[in-house]
Design a protein around this ligand. Structure first.
Ligand code: COA
Length: 322
């Protein structure tokens, strides 16, 4: 039996930091409101000439170094992103060139904030079926490019960044199970309602921005994440106490606390980065994973529950034996 295992992680955040105090000068908001409602203190914003592929490259090189593999061994590249550098080619193909890799499949997955969980599941299935042995799986975003900096209900929430893992074939698991879901019925709760084919003029004049019904998204997120925790535990015949670390999508501390409560988990077993990174969409889970691997909290053999939800609406979870 072939499984896939995470053998290296990497993360990258742009140099420029934007604090809540700086946002107070741009929109009618306050540090107090942002901290209380979301837990966010600061976020990183890509420089004008810095792209999603740039962030992905930094994170990928760190993951490659951490795993100790030769980049030439990589035979699959998947990037979860909603903010690709260009309409096409995919950001994965742009990155493939930079890494000097030729010939292997390389593509992007668009599942908004659940993008990394979707990408990880796809890579795991390639490896389990023998179609790949060494996958580079990334979540990378420059969400700042699709924010309306006059809309206080969205611009305070998001940030830029990238997280990466190397996933290698292994006789031992690894990825224990993944559970992906979507319900397009809720597509209008969280969207950029313009693009290449619908209202292309908004794309051309730079007004294709994130719109969100925050309250509704909050309710659906808490419900769906609660259900997916049960689904993942049942599929693996595990009890709540068997999870060592929750590595959640970093959208909001109140949503994360609700999931931790559902797992009877104290917050000191939850990896929390939303305070420092804001919501980095598909980058948020691999970035949080990398932070906790590098600071030594997550150790080999630990059982991790990764989960995310986002536009679509999409949601998903992965159980990992690290
Ligand atoms: N600063 C100050 N006030 C703000 C504000 C801001 N940045 N954004 C909104 N407000 C105001 C609203 O206008 C509203 O004012 P009113 O009562 O006078 O009408 C008030 O704050 C409450 O707004 P509401 O939207 O009810 O707040 P909330 O408690 O639901 O918090 C979110 C808003 C966005 C933080 C919350 O709904 C949320 O986190 N939702 C989920 C979002 C999410 O996770 N999205 C990403 C999914 S991947």
């Amino acid at each position: 039996m072939i499984y896939s295992r995470i053998t290296g992680t990497g993360g990258y955040l742009p140099e420029k930091i934007m604090t809540n105090g700086e946002l107070e000068r741009i929109v009618d908001t306050s540090d107090e409101w942002i901290k209380t409602r979301t837990g966010i203190i600061k976020r990183h914003i890509a420089a004008e000439n810095e792209t999603t592929c740039d962030l992905a490259e930094h994170a990928a090189l760190k993951a490659i170094a951490a795993s100790g593999i030769n980049p030439g061994k990589i035979d699959l590249i998947i990037i979860g992103t909603t903010t690709p550098d260009v309409i096409f080619p995919s950001t994965a193909c742009l990155l493939q060139k930079r890494l000097g890799i030729h010939g292997c499949p390389a593509f992007d997955v668009q599942a908004v904030c659940t993008g990394f969980i979707y990408a990880l599941d796809i890579a795991d299935k390639f490896i389990r079926t023998g179609a790949a042995t060494t996958a580079l799986v990334i979540g990378a975003e420059t969400l700042s490019r699709i924010l309306d900096w006059t809309d206080r209900s969205t611009c305070v929430l998001f940030g830029d960044g990238a997280g990466a893992v190397i996933l290698e074939a292994s006789p031992e698991p690894g990825i224990m199970s993944s559970h992906l879901h979507a319900d397009g019925e809720y597509n209008e709760l969280l969207q950029v309602p313009a693009g290449i084919s619908r209202y292309p003029e908004k794309l051309k004049n730079g007004t294709a921005f994130i719109q969100m019904q925050g309250n509704e998204v909050f309710k659906v997120a808490v419900n769906t994440l609660g259900r997916i925790v049960d689904e993942t535990l049942e599929a693996n015949h595990l009890e709540k106490e068997d999870i060592d670390w929750l590595v959640p999508h970093q959208a909001n501390t109140r949503i994360i606390s609700a999931t931790a409560k559902k797992l009877n988990m104290s917050m000191d077993r939850v990896i929390l980065t939303v305070d420092q990174h804001g919501n980095t969409s598909a980058a948020s889970v691999p970035l949080a994973l990398d932070v906790a691997v590098r600071d030594g909290r997550i150790q080999r053999g630990d059982t991790l529950l990764l989960e995310a939800f986002g536009g679509g609406l999409t949601w998903g979870a992965t159980l990992v034996k690290y």
